[in-house]
Write a new protein. Sequence first.
Length: 198
Amino acid sequence: MTQKVVLASGNQGKLREFIRMLSSQDMEIIKQSEFNVPDVEETGLTFVENAIIKARHAAKITGLPALADDSGIEVDALNGLPGIYSARYSGEGDDANNIKLLETMKDVPDDKRTARFRCCIVYMRHAEDPSPIIADAAWEGSILHELKGENGFGYDPLFYVPTHGCSSAEIDPDEKNRISHRGQALRLLLAALKKRHA
């Protein structure tokens, strides 16, 4: 039987990636917007806390199991910032976020530009679920000196992927989903769900 699961995100880029990656699973992914679930304030201080807040909020309003992800980019030279503030780093969206990060990093030498995308995905069976499944993964790379590529969203054009010798925004979407932080976290989550239902 196909399980209906609400996806607690309003981010179109994330929604596209999730729906693409979960299309082969026994899950019907329904966007929270279809239930008029408003975005909830992310008051947590970690990716895990924020993902739980979002999943609990969506599960409470819809009465369905919920999936939520909190993710962002951690730059070592900035002590892990923008981190949980990645989406709202500039307060003005993706393009402004990238410009702000480039500006902040302009004097940082190549060997100090290491960074990673981190993704934490939470699955809650219901709003009071005492043991949500939590999957956490990271994708190592570094920050480029200029934007490159047209694919992806967020910081993809600035994130250099050493294994592929290009930016995340220059990688084919299916390949990106295979190797990215979100792809890794989702595979961990699906394995944990399978184990729970075994």
